[in-house]
Design a protein around this ligand. Structure first.
Ligand SMILES: [Zn+2]
Length: 435
C-alpha cells in the first residue's frame, strides 16, 4: 500500500533537517525553531489545516493544530514532536549535519531520529487525510514544540502552563521515544513502546566551612567536606527496584527470546539481553552522577563555600525515598539545593490504543511484537502527563538489524533509513485510523 503519505515523508523530513534548529540551552544562540514551525504551518496550510504559533519567547515558536474527528464527544489524541535538535559539530560528521543528504538508503542529519523523522510522519499522514477527505475517529491535536532538548521551559512546559485549554481534552498522547525495532531473528522483531520515563532531579550540593589561609592547619574546609560527599555519591550504587513497566518488559522479552529471565533478579536478566542491555541497565535503579564542581578563587585561600551538581534520575514512585537515601550518603551537614525537578511518569501498557499499536505494526511487519519499556531520559511527555494525559513513546521505525540505533541519539552521523520512514508513515496511519 504505497500511500502518497509514504511518498512525501522523506521530502518533508529532508526539508526539516535542512532547517538548523540547534538548541544550545542558551536562548541567545538557539536558532531556527520559529523557521521550522513556520515551515510546518505552511505544510498544514497547503492542505487546509489551520494552525496557531505560540511563542514562549522571541522566535521560540510552538505550533498547535486540531483536526476534528468523527466522534467529537471522545477525548482527543495528542500527537507531538519537538522541532529543536541538540548541537552537531560538523567536523566530526561524515556528511554536513544540516544538509539533509540522502545516501546508502539513509537520510542523514541532526534530528533524523530525534525527532524530525516523526515530525515528518505526522505531517505526511494528516496531509494525506486532508487531500483524500478522510476524517479520523476522534479529534487529533498536533503539537510541534520548541526547547525539548534543554529543559522544555519554552516548549511543552510553556504550552501546558499557558495554553492548557488547547490540550485539556486529550486523553492520550503519542510522541518519542519508542516504536523502533530490535531484531531477534528473521521472524521476530521487538518494537519497544515507551510507557514510562525516569524522573529528573538536578541537585546542587553546597558545603560551607570556615574560610581561611591555605598555610594553616584547618579542620573545617568546605572543599574537603564537599569532596567527601561527592565521592560518596559517585561511588554509591542504588539498590535495584523493579517497576511495573520493567517487570512487564522482562517478562515479554524473556518470553519472546525464549530465555529464562528472573524479574526478581534483574541484573542477571539484563546482562542476557545483549545489545539492548545498555538501554535497560539504567532502568532498574536510581542513579546519581556528579557532573560539575565549583569552589575557590585563589590557590592559597580556603573558600567558605564549595558546591557540586549531581544529575539524579529516579524511577517512578522513588523520588522521596531517593532523597532520603541521598541524605544518608552525604551526611547531615551538606545543603541540598534543587536546581531542576521533573517527575517520573508511568502509564499502563494496555488498552485500545496499545492494542492498535500492535495491530498496526503486525499489519506492516508480521514478525512484530510490542514490548513496553521505561526510558532513562526524559521527553515532552513529562509536561503533557501533568495534564493527566497517558503518554506513549511510539514513533514507528523498522530498522536494519545491524544498526546501532541507540548510539545515534544525539550522536555523530545521526541518520534514519528511508524505508523505515515510509514504514513509519504506514504504521502511524493505520494506528490513527484505529485509535
Ligand atoms: Zn527527542
Amino acid at each position: 500500500m504505497e500511500t502518497s503519505a509514504a511518498a512525501e515523508v522523506t521530502g518533508i523530513c529532508r526539508d526539516l533537517l535542512r532547517i538548523d534548529t540547534t538548541n544550545t540551552g542558551d536562548p541567545s544562540t538557539t536558532v531556527g525553531e520559529r523557521v521550522a514551525a513556520e515551515y510546518v504551518a505552511a505544510k498544514l496550510d497547503e492542505v487546509g489545516i489551520s494552525s496557531v504559533l505560540h511563542e514562549s519567547a522571541p522566535k521560540r515558536a510552538n505550533l498547535i493544530a486540531r483536526i476534528p474527528g468523527a466522534d467529537r464527544s471522545r477525548g482527543a489524541l495528542l500527537l507531538h514532536g519537538h522541532l529543536d535538535v541538540v548541537p552537531a559539530d560538523a567536523s566530526e560528521w561524515s556528511v554536513p549535519p544540516f544538509a539533509g543528504e540522502e545516501k546508502d538508503g539513509f537520510l542523514w542529519g541532526r534530528g533524523a531520529i530525534d525527532m524530525k523523522d516523526f515530525d515528518a510522519m505526522m505531517l505526511a499522514v494528516v496531509r494525506d487525510w486532508q487531500r483524500t477527505g478522510y476524517v479520523p475517529p476522534r479529534d487529533i491535536v498536533l503539537a510541534f514544540t520548541a526547547d525539548e532538548e534543554a529543559g522544555m521551559e519554552f516548549g511543552s512546559q510553556y504550552l501546558v502552563q499557558k495554553h492548557r485549554d488547547l490540550l485539556e481534552d486529550c486523553t492520550e498522547a503519542v510522541g518519542e521515544v519508542g516504536g523502533y525495532s530490535y531484531t531477534v531473528n528473521d521472524n521476530l522483531r521487538l518494537y519497544l513502546v515507551q510507557t514510562a520515563e525516569k524522573g529528573l532531579n538536578w541537585l546542587r550540593l553546597n558545603a560551607t566551612g570556615r574560610p581561611g589561609h591555605g598555610s594553616f592547619i584547618h579542620d573545617d574546609n568546605a572543599v574537603t567536606a564537599l569532596a567527601e560527599a561527592v565521592s560518596a555519591v559517585g561511588r554509591h550504587r542504588f539498590p535495584v527496584v523493579v517497576t511495573p513497566t520493567v517487570r512487564r518488559f522482562l517478562q515479554e522479552v524473556s518470553d519472546a527470546l525464549g530465555i529464562d529471565l528472573d524479574p526478581d533478579n534483574p541484573e542477571i536478566a539484563v546482562a542476557k539481553l545483549g545489545p539492548i542491555a545498555n538501554l535497560i541497565g539504567a532502568t532498574i535503579r536510581n542513579t546519581a552522577n556528579p557532573t560539575r564542581l565549583e569552589a575557590g578563587y585563589k590557590d592559597n585561600v580556603i573558600p567558605g563555600k564549595a558546591s557540586a551538581t549531581i544529575d539524579c534520575r529516579t524511577l517512578p514512585g522513588q523520588a522521596e525515598s531517593f532523597l532520603a537515601e541521598l541524605r544518608e550518603i552525604i551526611g547531615p551537614d551538606i545543603e541540598i539545593e534543587h536546581i531542576q525537578q521533573q517527575p517520573a511518569v508511568e502509564t499502563e501498557f494496555g488498552g485500545a490504543l496499545v492494542d492498535a499499536m500492535g495491530a498496526a505494526l503486525r499489519a506492516e511487519d508480521p514478525g512484530a511484537r510490542t514490548v513496553p519499556y521505561l526510558m532513562s531520559g526524559g521527553t515532552d511527555a513529562k509536561a503533557f502527563a501533568t495534564l493527566g494525559i497517558n503518554c506513549f513513546g511510539f514513533a514507528p521505525l523498522r530498522l536494519p538489524p545491524e544498526l546501532n540505533f541507540a548510539a545515534l541519539f544525539h550522536g555523530i552521523d545521526e541518520r534514519v533509513p528511508v524505508e523505515g520512514l515510509e514504514f513509519g508513515v504506514r504504521v502511524l496511519d493505520r494506528l490513527l485510523r484505529n485509535s
